[in-house]
Every structure is written in structure tokens, then in C-alpha cells.
Write a protein that binds this ligand. Structure first.
Ligand SMILES: Cc1ncc(COP(=O)(O)O)c(C=O)c1O
Length: 365
């Protein structure tokens, strides 16, 4: 079976550097929040042109700790998209705040900014856009709305490391940018990890406390916090991969461009809006014959995945929010039609040609 992602292939290319980094970390006997985490934070902060970067244990924690540090809690409302990974909404719910959904754009699958203002109430405290699949959300309009209504902005950049809009990186627009280093992400560790980028030094201090049991050190605890530390092994691996992230993203873009040229007459291919630099965490096509295509690909030994089959307003876990089928028509239709194809940087050109050919064959019957 041709896989969705081949992490072993990538590992074999960087094996020597990774093993030598691992050896360094293991011999240093400093395993959590040490020199490499600081080095990674410094590199990521420069990469994004922000004042602060803080390593945490996962992308989910990055969102949760950012929301908490920005003062979001019980009784507050946070506007977000129903077309994302569940963790986006979990993080809001962890704080006691209520997620308020807004439908998405049919082309980028990002939050539809024209629908945000009608959902703002006196309880709205923050906007939480997700740069879904690696395409930046419309941050210019989002920041305008936030400043008009005095709202915080937390960017979910789990899928968008390296993406930018008019030259400005995702994660550098809002009050906090939240990244995931889950292994399959564009910048992926060999375990869990996350990072928060931001400019406010006071909020950064709060997050540093929250990630370490409410303590700045010395067994003095100023508040209840969490154990959400990034470890040195993951930071070391991420340092090795960070040197290559632009090359990896470029490779994804080349793969996407070849798919586009081969598939645009058969299915709806992804768009890249003016000024946007898409990093194709996923290459997601759309067709009303989606299930048929997926089955046909499977029969021909090709993996594909539906991200996401059930919108978040229709999940069992969010039933208590009271949403119904029909509330977000674009999201609901898109969920029936999207299919993500293999796009990882090491994917061979022949595989892209083969996958595209199989899709054509399938649709011709
Ligand atoms: C959009 C989105 N948000 C949040 C997360 C959560 O990140 P993590 O798995 O590192 O907790 C993920 C990925 O898993 C994601 O894709």
C-alpha cells in the first residue's frame, strides 16, 4: 500500500545528524527544558519575527495555555471554525469558555471572515482561526475585526509551519501562534511537542509559568499550572529538521503543483489565494464522488484520508452546545466531499503521476 506519509524515508535521509544529536542529548543528561529547547525557541522566534517562542508538550497544550494566559475562561465565548481537528475545540472547552462556530470558505476551507461579526456578543473574548491544511486564514480581516471589537486572536498553526500571507508568517499576526510538532506535521518531532509564538512579554511569562506547574522555579508556585514541558530529545530532532523546513515545504508545493496540473480537469484542486504561501500540510481534493474515489484508490493500493468526515458541531462530544445539522452548510458539504492525498516531501514524481492516473481512470468509469 502506498502510504499517506513516509516518515522512515525522511529519517533515512537525516539519520546521521539525528543520531549524533540524540547521542549529544543523552550524554548531556539534561532531558527536559534545557539548552536545545532554548535554542529551538530562539530559532523559531527569529523564523517568525516575534519576540517570544515557548516550547510546550503538544499543539493542544499550546492552544490551551495560550487561551488561559490571555485570560479566556468560564463565561467567555471564542469564535472558531467547525472544520478543524477536534483539539482546537477541546482547548477552548478546557478553559471553561464556549466555542462559537462560524462556517468556512468553500475554497480555502478556512473560517469565512464575512460571517464572523454577526456571531460577536458581549461575551466574545477571542477569535481562534485555524490555518487549515497549511493555507493561511484571512488574517488581515481577522485582525481588523479583533481590533474593532477588542478581541484576542489565537492562531492555530498546527498545520501551517512556514506558511505566510503577504510575507508575514502565520503565528505572527495574533496574540499567540500555536504550533504542533506531532510527527506527521510539516515540522514534526519523533513524539509530541508544541510551541507558542507571541510578542507580549507579560503573557509569555504567564505561559512559562503555566507550562511548569505555575512556577518560575525554586519550588515557588504562584498559580495552578500544568506539566507541559518540551523535552530535549524532541527539541534536538526539531533543530535538525528546522534547518530543512523551507526545503520540505517547497517540495510539498512542487508536489501540489504537479497534482494540480494533472487533476484540475477531474476534481476540485486546492486554491492558493493572492498573497498566500500555502505549505500543503494536506493536499485536499474535492469531488461529489469522494467515497468512490477513495475506495478505488484503496483497491489500487493507494492510501488517502478524509480530513474531516464529521464537522465539530455535529460531534457527540459537542452535542451539549446545541448545534444541529444544517447550521453550517458549507462545512457539512465539504466534509462529504474532501479527500486528502499523499503529499509528503519525499513522495516520488512517479507516484504523483500514478495516483492522478488512477483518479482519472476511476472517474472515467
Ligand atoms: C488544526 C490542529 N489543531 C491542533 C492540533 C493538536 O496538536 P497536537 O496533536 O500536537 O496536540 C492538531 C494536530 O494534531 C491540528 O491539526
Amino acid at each position: 500500500m502506498k502510504p499517506m506519509i513516509d516518515l522512515k524515508k525522511q529519517y533515512m535521509e537525516i539519520k546521521d545528524e539525528v543520531l549524533s544529536m540524540l547521542n549529544e542529548v543523552l550524554e548531556s543528561s539534561q532531558y527536559v527544558l534545557g539548552k536545545r529547547v532554548m535554542e529551538l525557541e530562539n530559532h523559531i522566534k527569529k523564523y517568525h519575527g516575534v519576540q517570544e517562542a515557548i516550547g510546550v508538550a503538544s499543539g493542544t497544550d499550546a492552544l490551551h495555555l495560550s487561551l488561559k494566559a490571555l485570560g479566556i475562561g468560564e463565561g467567555d465565548e471564542v469564535i472558531t471554525t467547525p472544520f478543524t481537528f477536534f483539539a482546537t475545540v477541546e482547548a477552548i472547552l478546557y478553559t471553561g469558555a464556549k466555542p462559537v462556530f462560524v462556517d468556512i470558505e468553500p475554497d480555502t476551507y478556512n473560517i469565512d471572515v464575512s460571517l464572523i461579526e454577526q456571531k460577536i456578543t458581549e461575551r466574545t473574548k477571542a477569535l481562534l482561526p485555524v490555518h487549515i491544511f497549511g493555507h493561511p486564514a484571512n488574517m488581515k480581516n481577522i485582525m481588523d475585526i479583533a481590533s474593532k471589537y477588542n478581541l484576542k486572536v489565537i492562531e492555530d498553526c498546527a498545520q501551517s509551519f512556514g506558511a505566510y500571507l503577504d510575507g508575514k508568517k502565520t503565528g505572527s499576526f495574533g496574540d499567540a501562534g500555536c504550533f504542533s510538532f506531532y510527527p506527521s506535521k510539516n515540522l514534526g518531532a519523533y513524539g509530541d511537542g508544541g510551541m507558542i509564538t507571541l510578542n507580549d512579554l507579560h503573557v509569555a511569562d504567564e505561559i512559562r509559568k503555566l507550562r511548569n506547574h505555575g512556577s518560575k522555579g525554586g519550588y515557588r508556585h504562584e498559580c495552578l499550572g500544568y506539566n507541559s514541558r518540551l523535552d530535549e530529545i524532541q527539541a534536538g530532532i526539531l533543530l535538525v529538521k528546522l534547518r530543512r523546513i523551507d526545503t520540505y515545504n517547497n517540495k510539498r508545493r512542487e508536489n501540489a503543483s504537479l497534482y494540480n496540473s494533472l487533476l484540475s480537469d477531474a476534481v476540485i484542486t486546492p486554491v492558493e489565494k493572492n498573497g498566500a504561501y500555502h505549505v500543503y500540510h494536506q493536499y485536499t481534493i474535492r469531488s461529489n464522488k469522494r467515497d468512490f474515489i477513495q475506495q478505488y484508490l484503496r483497491e489500487h493500493g493507494i492510501s488517502s484520508v478524509v480530513y474531516y468526515p464529521i464537522p465539530l458541531h455535529l460531534q457527540e462530544a459537542t452535542g451539549f452546545l446545541g448545534y444541529r445539522e444544517g447550521d453550517f452548510p458549507v462545512t457539512e458539504q465539504v466534509s462529504q466531499e474532501v479527500l486528502s492525498l499523499p503529499i509528503y516531501p519525499e513522495l516520488d514524481e512517479e507516484d504523483i503521476r500514478l495516483i492522478s492516473e488512477v483518479i482519472h481512470k476511476c472517474l472515467k468509469g
